[in-house]
Design a protein around this ligand. Structure first.
Ligand SMILES: NC(=O)c1ccc[n+]([C@@H]2O[C@H](COP(=O)([O-])OP(=O)(O)OC[C@H]3O[C@@H](n4cnc5c(N)ncnc54)[C@H](O)[C@@H]3O)[C@@H](O)[C@H]2O)c1
Length: 396
């Protein structure tokens, strides 16, 4: 049984405890850290947590805990990670790891130097649908992945600090694109280096200094491209969608909002519908079990199994660092309106990866570009002569 200190008594802290204490789980949140004793007490009482700390260092150093879960605003992750590393505790940090790659690198180096377990709590990689989709991709069901798309849009976050870029480190990119970038990295292959980025970002709907909308393209060394779309002004709930397209197949996932569960009620749902839902009457789109469908259960199960077995989780601080480096490049590109390189001082993946090539031979002299069954029942081939370069049609 792992004994956990939850740092932060807010929104994600509550989701994490729901997952950790749900379904007869054996790991236990033993303490919660909150600046306000009253908020800490309320949280502890609601979620069955024994102790409240109002001092972060005391919470981390408490000998009754072996694992620290960081559920604090983005600008506090580094302080919490450094305390956990110094205290030699296992440390799990929510997304984004840092506010910048430099910030994330300091955290990565600290946990590695201390030799403590580190997990990056990128829950969306762990949704049951995503885990299955990644298995298909790894087994080759899609061939070589050429393009991945990820979208996270909603009507905006629930606490003041998100909207203040001094605390959050940015806007919709730092908050939401971190998920999208890591999901697409998983589909394209985490060993493939993200090399450059082009990004549009703007403040369209909210009176804030940071971006409330952005779209970005991340180009990988093998030529694959990932695309993200993020918004803090999207109306209609939380839209979480992923797509991947390869030489032999494609997939698409709706993680939220349109999951196949639709209810009509003229009188209202009489209770919570789903995260960021904007209405509770008419057609509504509830989510069966949010902590499960958002990946928290699979994520914590894997993280704690890895702690017990001394193995590396699917997502660790190195991944958080790479994601921060991609986002730094997005912020630069949004300003320069140019492709900007992803600066990675530490790269642990493959090097000199060739460009994707999936040409199919028709025979020794020709490539097969396309084969199609036409409405009249005939099959048409489009071939290219390798020597002359001529492209022509053939009906076999
Ligand atoms: N899907 C996800 O993985 C997911 C979802 C939501 C939030 N998050 C992340 O979780 C973190 C917290 O977000 P949240 O939604 O829980 O926010 P929140 O505002 O609901 O909760 C933040 C907690 O930190 C406390 N806090 C605020 N300022 C503080 C300070 N200066 N010192 C100490 N404590 C302070 C607040 O009182 C609160 O308990 C962020 O990094 C966010 O990006 C992750």
């Amino acid at each position: 049984m792992r004994k956990i200190a939850m740092l932060g008594a807010g929104f994600i802290g509550a989701f994490y405890v729901m997952s950790l204490h749900g379904q007869r789980r054996r790991d236990k949140v033993v303490s919660v850290y909150s600046r306000s004793a009253q908020r800490g007490q309320d949280f502890a009482q609601r979620w069955g947590v024994a102790k409240v700390h109002t001092d972060m260092k005391a919470a981390v150093e408490d000998p009754d805990i072996d694992t620290v879960v960081i559920a604090l605003p983005n600008n506090l992750h580094r302080e919490a990670v450094l305390l956990a590393a110094a205290a030699k505790k296992n440390v799990l940090c929510t997304k984004p790891l840092g506010t910048t790659a430099e910030d994330a690198k300091i955290m990565l180096e600290a946990v590695e130097k201390a030799g403590v377990f580190h997990g990056y709590l990128e829950d969306l990689v762990y949704t049951p649908k995503t885990q299955k989709a990644l298995q298909y991709v790894r087994n080759g069901a899609l061939g070589q992945v050429l393009w991945a798309r990820s979208r996270e849009t909603h009507p905006g976050p629930h606490s003041d600090w998100f909207w203040n870029d001094q605390q959050s480190g940015g806007g919709a990119i730092i908050d939401l694109a971190c998920h999208c970038i890591e999901l697409s990295r998983n589909y394209i292959g985490k060993h493939i280096r993200p090399v450059e980025v082009v990004c549009w970002a703007d403040t369209l709907a909210k009176p804030i200094a940071a971006e409330d909308n952005a779209i970005g393209l991340v180009r990988y060394e093998n030529g694959a491209v990932s695309q993200f779309e993020v918004s803090w002004s999207f109306r209609g709930g939380l839209d979480l969608r992923d797509e991947a397209s390869g030489t032999e197949g494609s997939l698409r996932i709706d993680n939220f909002l349109r999951t196949g569960f639709e209810v009509f009620t003229a009188v209202g749902s009489q209770g919570y519908v789903a995260e960021k839902a904007e209405n509770d009457r008419g057609w509504i789109f509830p989510v069966g079990d949010e902590v499960h469908e958002l990946g928290y259960n699979h994520m914590f199960s894997e993280m704690f199994d890895c702690i017990d077995n001394g193995t590396k989780p699917q997502e660790d601080f190195y991944d958080g660092y790479v994601v921060n480096a991609v986002m730094d490049a997005c912020y630069r590109s949004a300003k320069t309106k140019q492709w900007e390189p992803v600066k990675l001082d530490i790269w642990r993946g493959a090097t000199s990866v060739p460009k994707i090539s999936a040409f199919k031979d028709y025979d020794a002299d020709h490539y097969l570009i396309k084969e199609e069954l036409l409405p009249d029942g005939s099959t048409k081939l489009i071939l290219k002569n390798k020597a002359s370069g001529k492209i022509f049609e053939k009906n076999p």
